[in-house]
Design a protein around this ligand. Structure first.
Ligand code: WQD
Length: 343
């Protein structure tokens, strides 16, 4: 029985956690990854955790010929989950063309190769950043998408528009876009997790690297927002809960349960935490003091973002289970393991 899933960017942070959930749900997995922001060692760790080894193909999806070759070699796949993209917000502002080229070429080449090989199910890794500055909270899927402030965010919004158009012109082609709020945490084994290249853009890896002594101090970007403690509020979601939503999305498409050829779902907990909440919880969970300082606001940050999660629960049968303590303790366990390894 066919049960192969292609995971592009499957050596990355969310991709690798999703590969684990797919293998543990008895899917066969083949990873396409160019290793530009990940390491092949992740494959061994996935095998260590699951006792199963996904196939791995090193490929640059910006190259049309290479992409066609690898998709044709795996034309028996049931679905594709597409994580392959650059995702550092700050870098995208400095180098927009690098982001537009990489994220759009990879997406369009993959979609073309899928159509040629009649692989008709597609799951897209998107982001709450497509909502821009929301007028109402919590954010539901009915909120209008707006031009995100960063080129990275804009690649996500335009990619969704490409999927909208493609599923209209090819009704047999079905797609689900998953709009992540703030993914943090790591697999309980401590063997895989977020491994940002260079200075972390995101809060959680910066917190754990500061605690590990890699960074001297965490700068809090502003405490003059209209929130309970002045620092911005976000909807943090455990990466394992996020990964499980991808498996449910694959099943929805493979079992032809989708109601429209293009659907999108928010993936968050519906609970908002401030930056200071994260820091205080980190200090409590790790019984340590974090070195931080308040500085000025970061360009493009919004005061509050948190999700309405009813639709994903209703349509995917998905409910996030992991609380903030587990998100933070698993991030810290991963950080300690990475440092141990690098010694
Ligand atoms: C969270 C809060 C910062 C770092 C982005 C993308 C989104 C998704 C997640 C990929 C904010 C504050 C941060 C620091 C800080 N990316 N902060 N000091 O900006 O909500 O979302 O990452 O899928 O698409 O937009 O996440 O972790 O960068 O910031 O004070 O050193 O932490 O101001 O309030 P963000 P973040």
């Amino acid at each position: 029985m066919k049960n192969k899933i292609i995971v592009t960017g499957g050596c990355g942070y969310i991709g690798s956690h999703t590969v684990i959930e797919l293998l543990e749900s008895n899917f066969e997995v083949v990873i396409f990854d160019d290793l530009s922001n990940s390491t092949e060692k992740t494959i061994d760790r996935i095998s260590q955790i699951t006792g199963k080894t996904p196939q791995f193909v090193k490929v640059d999806l910006k190259n049309e010929t290479e992409t066609d070759r690898v998709f044709t070699a795996h034309k028996d796949a049931l679905a594709v989950i597409h994580f392959a993209a650059h995702k550092a917000v700050g870098e995208s502002v400095k180098e927009p063309l690098k982001y537009y080229q990489n994220n759009f070429y990879s997406l369009i080449n993959s979609l073309n190769s899928q159509l040629k090989n009649n692989i008709t199910n597609f799951i897209f890794s998107s982001s709450a950043t497509v909502y821009g500055l929301p007028k109402t909270l919590p954010i539901t899927e009915k909120n209008k998408t707006k031009r995100p402030f960063s080129p990275y965010g804009n690649t996500k919004k335009v990619s969704e528009e490409i999927l909208e158009d493609l599923t209209k012109s090819n009704p047999d082609f079905t797609a689900i876009s998953l709009r992540y709020f703030n993914p943090i945490g790591a697999h309980e084994s401590g063997l895989i997790g977020e491994l940002p290249t260079g200075i972390p853009n995101n809060l959680m890896p910066y917190v754990t690297q500061t605690a590990a002594g890699i960074r001297e101090k965490l700068m809090i970007y502003g405490n003059d927002y209209p929130t309970k403690d002045g620092t911005p509020i976000r909807d943090y979601i455990h990466v394992v809960d996020l990964a499980k939503a991808h498996v449910l999305s694959v099943k929805r498409l493979v079992n032809k349960e989708q109601e429209k050829s293009f659907e999108y779902f928010n993936l968050g907990t519906g609970i908002g935490y401030s930056v200071l909440d994260i820091i205080k919880t980190f200090e409590k969970v790790t019984n340590s003091k974090l070195n931080y300082e308040i500085t000025s606001r970061r360009e493009g940050d919004v005061p509050k973002l948190y999700a309405a999660t009813k639709l994903a629960t209703k349509k995917l049968g998905w409910t996030p289970k992991r609380e903030l303590n587990e998100m933070i303790s698993s991030s810290w366990k991963w950080e300690q393991n990475v440092r141990k390894e690098q010694k």
